[in-house]
Write a protein that binds this ligand. Structure first.
Ligand SMILES: [Fe+2]
Length: 156
């Protein structure tokens, strides 16, 4: 499904407008690990792979700092909507899932929608990069099975 994203174009745009350290805790290496976990979870949970991949690439792209930035999910959702039809083509249900997942991704919630939860699972699985071991209470069972592996990936 990755071919449904103009990845070179999108990444060039992301890089040109990213305000923080490209290799920092909310930068490209984090997005790549979230994408890696998200692709696995989307497959095993039957979630929407395109939505999960776009979440990985975009959810932290509009941060203004690496600390307290409660509006970054809102800004990311508006940014994603503005790119639809240029770098990818989401149907309205997919765009709703993506924007909802982005707006609420740092609120510590669980979702009933497998696509939304796969986005949050993938992001939470990479908490090891800031020394936090993800809690299985905020993960799907399939993501909780991956905590040790994710810890290895994010702390190496
Ligand atoms: Fe993130």
């Amino acid at each position: 499904m990755s071919q449904l994203i103009d990845k070179p174009g999108l990444i060039q745009l992301l890089r040109s407008q990213f305000r923080l350290d490209w290799r920092g805790i909310h930068g490209a290496p984090h997005w790549a690990r979230v994408r890696h976990h998200g692709r696995h979870l989307a497959r095993v949970r039957g979630a929407d792979l395109l939505v999960v991949e776009l979440f990985a690439l975009l959810h932290d792209s509009q941060r203004h700092n690496d600390w307290h930035d409660p509006r970054h999910g809102h800004r990311a959702s508006e940014f994603a909507a503005s790119l639809n039809g240029r770098f990818f083509d989401l149907a309205s249900k997919q765009l709703d899932q993506l924007t909802f997942a982005m707006i609420q991704h740092s609120d510590g919630r669980m979702a009933t929608d497998a696509t939304v939860q796969s986005c949050w699972d993938a992001d939470r699985l990479d908490l090891g990069r800031v020394g936090i071991r993800p809690s299985s209470h905020l993960l799907s069972a399939q993501a909780a099975d991956r905590i040790d592996y994710a810890w290895l990936l994010s702390t190496r």
